[in-house]
Design a protein. Structure first.
Length: 413
């Protein structure tokens, strides 16, 4: 096992950095926030994809040069809130049941986590609620940049499943610790967005939720995130509609599991790849749905998926591979999801606890800067050290907080 202060040291450094930045930052996919995207003749699918990828792949941060500003992403706020909820358990700090005002927050560069935990939570919760997508009566969230995927274009603020689920999960974490009426109403409102606004593609085996209200994509990690949230809400409100929708979504995705235990990213012809962090999403969501619904009949698929993940996405020294069949880029998101996946599975798999600890060690040694933040990606001949707040810092904060708080509570470190 790790030394008692190993994870804590990495966590403190990361917290200090995030606080010093007031939780705002750049994003790998924020290239379309540049005025160039509106002034140059590239406002088409190919042009938008090219600009996004050029900005993302550059080892030098060109954003200040092309007019892209730092911002608070809703998913950053949601992941940070989930981390703070875990740390409030560890430190015995009561969270506020009602939020006050964003104006009360001042950037805090202290590495003493407890000292500003309530203020951070208050600021992030208020910010998250203020960042809701406009034009929807339901509580839903989208990215703070235009986004061109392989399948569709989503203008800035278009609500999507991923942002909405993590925001709602953060609200449920908040509700479970404080009984906040505002939190539970927001979370249930988000479930209505999923059930009433998102498209569903179905067959005899189940259905798949779309990514946004404007597409009909069939992406498995997205579908399973919906199932996880709906199953969790069912444990609160006991409404059959929530359980039925969760079960149908899980059945659809499990029917697409391959013989080797893997899942493709999605069902379109150009979505057949298998990567580490999306596979981890599916495993974690499936494990939690099994827990929420008490459905042991899905354990075989869960165990097969985890076995594939454990055997195919890591080198002998715990380096996380991006794809199951090739290493590069070594990504901070893959490293964070490894910690989360192993932490979540340690109740079921005897070696998961050891692997979670090794994943923490590897990430801190190989990706964390002396300033506390985590690098974006390591490539074969260079490293992109840009401190992306949502993609790397928020995910790693949630992962380290989970490992630190659960390990200490259970007496494992």
């Amino acid at each position: 096992m790790a030394e008692p202060d190993y994870c804590e040291s990495a966590l403190r450094g990361l917290f200090k950095y995030c606080r010093s930045q007031s939780w705002v930052g750049y994003d790998p996919y924020d290239g379309l926030n540049s005025p160039l995207a509106r002034t140059l003749p590239i406002n088409n699918r190919l042009g938008r994809m090219v600009l996004t990828q050029l900005v993302k792949r550059s080892p030098v941060n060109v954003r200040p040069l092309i007019g892209i500003k730092k911002a608070l992403n809703p998913k950053t706020a949601a992941l940070a809130l989930r981390a703070l909820a875990l740390l409030s358990d560890h430190y015995g700090i009561a969270l506020p049941s009602q939020i006050s005002s964003q104006a009360n927050y001042e950037a805090n560069s202290s590495d003493d986590i407890p000292s500003g935990l309530r203020a951070d939570f208050d600021y992030l919760a208020a910010s998250l609620l203020s960042l809701r997508s406009e034009g929807y009566r339901e509580a839903c969230w989208g990215y703070n940049f235009d986004w061109q995927s392989r399948a569709f274009f989503a203008p800035r603020g278009t609500p999507n499943m991923v942002c909405t689920v993590f925001a709602a999960e953060a609200c449920l974490d908040w509700f479970e610790r404080t009984g906040s009426r505002q939190a539970i109403e927001t979370a249930e409102n988000s479930c209505r967005f999923i059930l009433d606004r998102l498209n569903r593609t179905g067959d005899a085996e189940g259905h798949c939720f779309s990514y946004t209200p404007i597409d009909r994509s069939r992406v498995h990690n997205v579908n399973m995130l919906a199932a996880e949230l709906l199953a969790r809400m069912f444990t609160v409100n006991k409404k059959p509609e929530y359980e039925e929708a969760a079960r149908s979504a899980v059945s659809y995705t499990l029917a697409r599991q391959r013989e080797d235990g893997s899942w493709p990213y999605g069902e379109s012809a150009n979505q057949g790849w298998v990567d580490g962090f999306h596979t981890g999403y599916v495993i974690v969501s499936l494990k939690r749905v099994v827990q929420y619904l008490g459905e042991d009949g899905w354990m075989t698929e869960l165990e097969r998926g985890f076995e594939f993940y454990r055997e195919r996405f890591f080198l002998a020294d715990s380096t996380p591979k991006y794809y199951h069949d090739r290493l590069y880029p070594v990504d901070a998101h893959s490293a964070a999801q490894a910690i989360i996946t192993f932490e979540e599975m340690k109740e079921l798999m005897p070696d998961a606890e050891r692997m979670a600890d090794r994943a923490v060690r590897w990430a801190a040694r190989n990706l964390q800067d002396r300033a506390g933040f985590f690098y974006f990606q390591r490539h074969r001949f260079y490293t992109i050290k840009i401190p992306y707040m949502r993609w790397a810092q928020a995910w790693m904060l949630y992962a380290l907080s989970m490992h630190f708080s659960r390990g200490r509570v259970n007496g494992n470190v």
